[in-house]
Ligand binder design. Structure first.
Ligand SMILES: [Zn+2]
Length: 398
C-alpha cells in the first residue's frame, strides 16, 4: 500500500482503487491501493474526510494495512474519489511540528530533553525534564518563533540501520520492526517520528506557550501552534482593546488603570464599612427608643425592604447584645422573605430556633438556629402573620 502522506504531506484529494472491504458492526473498513489518509501516529490524530460521498469515521493501521471506516458499503475494485478533512490535518501537523520545534529549542538552549507529549483538541503539552522558570519559557518561546521566521526545512528521512547509528538523535529509538522515520529540522532538531509534518517551519506562523507547571519533577508546558496561536493572539488583542476602552487608557497604562480602580475600591469599601457602622449604631438606638414600653423586655417586630441580610443580621446581633431585647426581623425580597429572629442571652424561657420551627408552616419556611439566633427563608404572602404570631407568643411568655 502506497502511503501518499509520506510522499506529499500537502495532498488533499486523490483517486484510489478499493482492494479490500470488511464489514464489522454495520460499518465498512476499506483498504485502498494507495492513500493520503494518515492513520495517526507519533501522538498525532488520524485523518478524517470523505471517500466518494461517504464520511470517513476513522482511519487506522493494522497488520501493515490502512483501514478507512465508513457507514455505507463501497464495492471492491471500484475507483473512489477521496478528500482529506484538511483543517483537521493541517491543525494536527502544526501542533505536531510545534512540539518538535519546542522540544528542539529546550534541548538546544538548556540541554533539557522531552519526556512526554500530548497533542490535544484544544491545547497540546510537552513535558521537559527538570524545573524550568518563566525566563527559560520566554527564551524558548522566542527561539521557537525565530525558527518559524527563518523557515527552516523539515526533512523526513528513512535511514538504513547503519545510517541511524551515525545520526545523533535527541531521543532513544522506538522499539519497532518497521522502518524508522526520522524528522530533521535543519540544525535545530533530529528525532525519530512517524507523524506527518509540514515541509517548512514557516507554515506554523506562530508558537505560543500558554502556561507551564511542575509535573512529577518535570515541567509540563501547554502550547498552541499555527492557526490556534494566531486565533489566541487575535482574541487577546480584542480582550485588551475592550479593557483599554473600558479604562479609557492605552495598553501601557491599562495595568495602572486597574491598580487605580482597585485602590479606589478599597478606599470606598473602608468608607462604606465606617458609614454602615454609624448607621447601625443610629438604627440600634432609634429602634430601642421606639420600642421603649411598659413591659420590662422590648420585642422589636420589623419588616425591612431594601436592606441586606448581612446588615439586618448585624443589627439583630447588636440589639441582642443588650439585655431584654427580642428582634423579629424579616427582609422582603423579590420572591421570598429572609427571617432573622434573635434574643438577648439573659432571656431564658424563649428559644428562637424552636419558635421559628413552630410557626414555619405559615410561610412554608425553611431554617432554624440556636436559642438566641434563628435564620431562614419563607414565602412573602403571610410574613406579617408569621411575625405577629411569634410576637404574641413572646409577649405572653416574657
Ligand atoms: Zn513528529
Amino acid at each position: 500500500m502506497d502511503k501518499l502522506f509520506y510522499k506529499n504531506q500537502y495532498l488533499k484529494e486523490f483517486e484510489a482503487k478499493v482492494i479490500e472491504v470488511k464489514e464489522f458492526e454495520n460499518k465498512y473498513h476499506i483498504v485502498l491501493d494507495m492513500t493520503a489518509f494518515f492513520p495517526g501516529g507519533g501522538g498525532q490524530q488520524c485523518d478524517l474526510g470523505d471517500i466518494s460521498g461517504r464520511e470517513v469515521l476513522d482511519v487506522y493501521e493494522k497488520d501493515k494495512k490502512i483501514y478507512h471506516v465508513v457507514n455505507e458499503r463501497i464495492k471492491d475494485d471500484s475507483i473512489v474519489k477521496c478528500k482529506i478533512d484538511w483543517d483537521r490535518r493541517e491543525d494536527g501537523m502544526h501542533q505536531h511540528l510545534g512540539q518538535h520545534i519546542l522540544s528542539g529549542c529546550f534541548f538546544k538552549l538548556f540541554n533539557a530533553n522531552t519526556v512526554g507529549i500530548h497533542l490535544g483538541k484544544e491545547i497540546s503539552t510537552v513535558d521537559i525534564i527538570g524545573q524550568l522558570d518563566e525566563e527559560k519559557m520566554r527564551k524558548a518561546e522566542a527561539l521557537a518563533n525565530e525558527v518559524i521566521k527563518k523557515g527552516l526545512e523539515v526533512n523526513f528521512l528513512v535511514p538504513s540501520e547503519e545510517e541511524l547509528k551515525t545520526m545523533n538523535l535527541r531521543r532513544d529509538l522506538p522499539n519497532t520492526e518497521d522502518d524508522i522515520r526520522v524528522v530533521e529540522i535543519e540544525d535545530l532538531d533530529i528525532n525519530a517520528c512517524c507523524g506527518v509534518h509540514p515541509s517548512k517551519t514557516s507554515d506554523l506562523r506562530m508558537i505560543k506557550i500558554k502556561r507551564f507547571e511542575k509535573n512529577k519533577g518535570n515541567t509540563r508546558i501547554e502550547f498552541l501552534a499555527g492557526q490556534r496561536a494566531v486565533n489566541d493572539s487575535l482574541n487577546k488583542d480584542k480582550v485588551i482593546r475592550d479593557i483599554c476602552n473600558y479604562l479609557s487608557s492605552n495598553e501601557d497604562e491599562a495595568l495602572n488603570g486597574i491598580r487605580n480602580l482597585r485602590a479606589s475600591l478599597e478606599e470606598i469599601k473602608i468608607e462604606k464599612k465606617k458609614l454602615e457602622e454609624e448607621l447601625l449604631e443610629y438604627e440600634v438606638n432609634s429602634l430601642l427608643a421606639e420600642n421603649e414600653g411598659s413591659n420590662k423586655s422590648r420585642i422589636i417586630n420589623k419588616i425591612f425592604i431594601d436592606k441586606s441580610v448581612e446588615y439586618v443580621t448585624k443589627l439583630a446581633n447588636k440589639l441582642s447584645e443588650k439585655d431584654n431585647v427580642i428582634c423579629l426581623f424579616a427582609i422582603k425580597n423579590k420572591d421570598k422573605a429572609n427571617i432573622i429572629l434573635s434574643s438577648s442571652k439573659n432571656i431564658e424561657n424563649i428559644n428562637m430556633g424552636q419558635v421559628f420551627k413552630e410557626f414555619a408552616n405559615i410561610i412554608n419556611g425553611k431554617g432554624g438556629g440556636s436559642k438566641t439566633l434563628a435564620q431562614g427563608i419563607g414565602e412573602l404572602g403571610k410574613i406579617e402573620e408569621f411575625l405577629n404570631s411569634i410576637y404574641d407568643v413572646c409577649y405572653s411568655i416574657i
